[in-house]
Design a protein around this ligand. Structure first.
Ligand SMILES: NC(=O)c1ccc[n+]([C@@H]2O[C@H](COP(=O)([O-])OP(=O)(O)OC[C@H]3O[C@@H](n4cnc5c(N)ncnc54)[C@H](OP(=O)(O)O)[C@@H]3O)[C@@H](O)[C@H]2O)c1
Length: 245
């Protein structure tokens, strides 16, 4: 029997992945910082709907000193770990308030380095397992409108690339998921994004399932984003700095 640990299971993408993997017969460990009634109800619903074992546990990406004991406390160790937690934050505020900038970096980058580092060491010693982590196209080039979040995701993408190369020799797979826009609560207060380049949480979950099944390394959720980011990465700096991206 396979077990999936979802770090940040209250996220819209996390919930969609919980359904996708449970449908395939995976037992689930739902890890969220608010082990609230909603998560307990979700666990009960998934368990009945798909006839799988589901537990709900408390996990805070910012509480790095608790990550070792969090992982050690898991009764059953997961074969697959999916990290989906993330924090967009307020870019304007972050420009003048380091506490906000630090929260963005700590949530998206430091939290993942901490928990995935612990899990990677365990999987490496067992010589099996899969780590899947959601980064973002925002990490591919710093844009003036969100370079703090973008740089935290850039750090995350680089971390995952190195981790993948290190663990390949130990039969542990690391997949980097790179979504463009996703219609979720993270962006509900922002202007609506163009439909053809906006994925649903269910589409992201399908891409993540495929990454797990086919052991993909780097997955752009909507393939058009690979082209978009290729173009954006290759705009010369002298032009890029005049854009409003
Ligand atoms: N939406 C987009 O357009 C988009 C685009 C590219 C990449 N992404 C990435 O996709 C992933 C999933 O996000 P989403 O779109 O599904 O948004 P979402 O529904 O807002 O999910 C973000 C989740 O992260 C959790 N989280 C934040 N800080 C945490 C912490 N310290 N400890 C534990 N959990 C924490 C939140 O938990 P609470 O419920 O407790 O707040 C929330 O469930 C994120 O990594 C995001 O950066 C999103």
């Amino acid at each position: 029997m396979s077990t999936l640990l979802i770090l940040g299971s209250s996220s819209d993408v996390g919930i969609a992945c919980a359904h996708r993997f449970a449908k395939e017969g995976f037992d689930l460990i739902l890890a969220t910082r608010n082990g609230d009634e909603y998560q307990r109800n979700l666990a009960a619903d998934l368990s009945i709907r798909y006839n799988v074992h589901v537990v709900s546990v408390q996990f805070d990406a910012l509480a790095t000193s608790s990550h070792k004991s969090f992982y050690e406390s898991l009764g059953v160790k997961p074969n697959v770990v999916l990290s989906v937690f993330g924090y967009l934050g307020n870019h304007e505020q972050a420009l003048s308030d380091f506490t906000q900038a630090n929260l963005i970096i700590a949530s998206n980058f430091v939290g993942n380095v901490s928990i995935l580092g612990i899990i990677a060491n365990d999987m490496e010693s067992k010589r099996e397992g899969t780590i899947i982590c959601v980064s973002s196209v925002a990490g591919e080039r710093g844009r003036k409108s969100n370079y703090i979040y973008g740089s935290s995701k850039a750090g995350l993408t680089a971390f995952l690339s190195g981790l993948r190369a290190r663990l390949a020799a130990s039969n542990v797979h690391v997949a980097t998921i790179i979504p463009g826009f996703i219609k979720t609560k993270m962006v509900e207060l922002l202007p609506e994004t163009p439909k053809p380049i906006t994925a649903s949480a269910a589409q992201v979950a399908d891409a993540i399932w495929l990454a797990n099944k086919a052991k993909k390394d780097v997955v752009y959720v909507l393939p058009i984003w690979r082209l978009i980011m290729f173009i954006i990465r290759n705009i010369p700096e002298r032009i890029f700095k005049k854009t409003n991206l």
